[in-house]
Design a protein around this ligand. Structure first.
Ligand SMILES: *Cc1c(COP(=O)(O)O)cnc(C)c1O
Length: 408
C-alpha cells in the first residue's frame, strides 16, 4: 500500500478545483451570489423549504439552538455517543445538556431513554437526536415525544447528508427535509458526506426560524425596512436588535459546496459498497460484530462502526490500533462518551456508569476507514489486516504458540 489509509477523507476532483478558481477570481469572494446558489442546491437536495449555510457544523448547531430560543435554565436532550459539538452547542446558549442512553442495536439515542429523562426533567426545551454514523434516528417516535411535550427538535445530521428513512406511511424521507423536526444541521468538514473544508448548514420549513438563522449568522444585524425600530430610511442604515455572530460561509467555499453536492449520490453509493464489502468479509468471525443491516433506513455510512469483544479475544484495542498503524491503516474510535469528558464531569458531576449502554459501546468500538476514494483492494487489505491482527495477537497470548511473534 502506498498511501496511508485514514478513517475518512475528502474527494476533490477537477470540477471542484475549477469551481473554486472561478469563485476566487470573481468580483465577490465572500458574500456574493454563490452562497445563495449553494443554499438553493441544499433545499433541492433535502426537500426542505429553506437552507442557510454557515461557518461549520458547530456554528450551525449553535445557530439552531439560538433560533429555537434555547438559553439559560433550559435543558437539551442529546446522545452521549456523539461529537462534543452536539452538546457544546447547548452549553454556548447557557442551557444544560441532558444525556439519554443509546439503543445498543442502532447506536442512536433511544426514544424510551428520552422519555425517561423527560419524566424527571421538566425544564427540557429541545431534543437533538444525532444520526450516528449516518444512520437515521427513530424520527417518528422522537417527533411524537416532542409534540406531546411541546419541544423543539434539531436533528444533528452532520453524519447523514444523503441518508433516508421510511416513514410508517411507506414513503421515504430524506434527512434534512425536516418532516419530523424543526431544523436539521449539517457539517461539511472534509470527512463528512460532502466538503467545503470548513462549513455547515441548517435546513428548516419554518420561515420565522429561517429569518432568525440568517440574522444571527451575521451579527444580529437587519437592513429590512419593515423591521427597523428607529424608522431611519438612510441607504447606509442598519440595526442590531439582538446579539449575533459572524458565522458566515464564503462564496469560495459555497462554490465548492455546490460542486460537491452534484456528486453526493455517487459518494453515498460508494460508501455503501465499502460497508457491504466490510460486512461480507467480517460478519462471519466470532467476537466481531458488524453494524446491523436494518430495513427502512438508508445510511449515509459516514462511519463503519465495528464492535469487537476485546476481552474475549484477549487483545486490547490499543494493540489492534498499533498493529494496524504499523502497516499504514489508521483506525479511529467514535466516540468517547461526552459525559465522561473531564469538563462535563467537573461541571455536571457525571460519572462512569451513568450511561452503561453508551459506555459498553465505546469500550468495543473501532471505526474502519470509509470514504469514496477507498478502493476495493484497500478495503480488502483493511479486513485482512483486522482478521490477522486479532488472530495473531491472541495467539501471542498463548505461551505454547510461537507463531504470534510474526504478527503482520
Ligand atoms: C462533525 C460533527 C459536528 C461538527 O461539525 P464541524 O463542522 O466540525 O463543526 C457536529 N456533530 C457531529 C455529530 C459531527 O460529526
Amino acid at each position: 500500500m502506498n498511501r496511508a489509509i485514514s478513517y475518512g477523507r475528502q474527494t476533490i476532483d477537477e470540477e471542484d478545483v475549477k469551481a473554486v478558481v472561478r469563485a476566487l477570481t470573481s468580483e465577490k469572494i465572500t458574500q456574493g451570489p454563490l452562497v445563495e446558489e449553494f443554499e438553493d442546491a441544499l433545499t433541492r437536495q433535502t426537500g426542505a423549504r429553506y437552507a442557510i449555510v454557515c461557518a461549520n457544523g458547530t456554528a450551525a448547531l449553535h445557530l439552531a439552538c439560538l433560533a429555537a430560543g434555547i438559553g439559560k435554565g433550559d435543558g437539551v436532550v442529546t446522545s452521549p455517543i456523539t461529537f462534543l459539538a452536539s452538546s457544546n452547542a447547548a452549553l454556548y446558549t447557557g442551557a444544560t445538556p441532558v444525556f439519554a442512553d443509546i439503543d445498543p442495536v442502532t447506536f442512536n439515542i433511544d426514544p424510551a431513554e428520552v422519555e425517561k429523562k423527560l419524566s424527571f426533567n421538566s425544564n427540557v426545551k429541545a431534543l437533538i437526536p444525532v444520526h450516528f454514523a449516518g444512520l437515521p434516528c427513530a424520527m417518528e417516535r422522537i417527533s411524537g415525544i416532542a409534540s406531546r411535550k411541546g419541544l423543539t427538535v434539531i436533528e444533528d445530521a452532520c453524519h447523514a447528508l444523503g441518508a433516508e428513512w421510511k416513514a410508517s406511511d411507506g414513503k421515504w424521507r430524506k434527512v434534512g427535509a425536516c418532516t419530523h423536526s424543526d431544523m436539521t444541521v449539517f457539517s461539511f468538514h472534509p470527512v463528512k458526506s460532502i466538503t467545503t473544508a470548513e462549513g455547515g448548514a441548517v435546513t428548516t420549513n419554518d420561515e420565522r426560524l429561517y429569518e432568525r438563522l440568517k440574522t444571527l449568522r451575521s451579527h444580529g444585524v437587519t437592513r429590512k425596512k419593515s423591521e427597523l425600530v428607529n424608522g431611519d430610511d438612510s441607504p447606509w442604515y442598519y440595526e442590531m436588535q439582538e446579539l449575533g455572530f459572524n458565522y458566515r460561509l464564503s462564496d469560495i467555499q459555497s462554490a465548492l459546496g455546490t460542486s460537491q453536492l452534484k456528486k453526493l449520490d455517487g459518494f453515498i453509493r460508494r460508501r455503501n459498497e465499502i460497508a457491504l464489502l466490510y460486512s461480507a468479509s467480517l460478519s462471519k468471525y466470532p467476537f466481531i460484530k458488524t453494524p446491523q443491516a436494518l430495513s427502512g433506513v438508508k445510511s449515509a455510512h459516514h462511519l463503519y462502526p465495528l464492535t469487537v469483544e476485546f476481552g474475549e479475544i484477549g487483545v486490547s484495542r490499543k494493540e489492534l490500533f498499533m498493529l494496524m498503524r504499523n502497516i499504514g491503516i489508521n483506525l479511529q474510535v467514535h466516540y468517547i462518551p461526552v459525559h465522561l469528558q473531564p469538563y462535563y464531569r467537573k461541571v455536571f458531576g457525571y460519572r462512569p456508569g451513568d450511561f452503561p449502554k453508551a459506555e459498553a459501546f465505546y469500550s468495543k468500538e473501532v471505526s474502519l476507514p470509509i470514504y469514496p476514494l477507498l478502493t476495493d483492494e484497500e478495503a480488502g487489505a483493511v479486513t485482512a489486516a483486522i482478521v490477522s491482527a486479532l488472530a495473531c495477537a491472541s495467539a501471542r497470548r498463548r505461551p505454547d504458540r510461537e507463531d504470534g511473534r510474526a504478527c503482520l
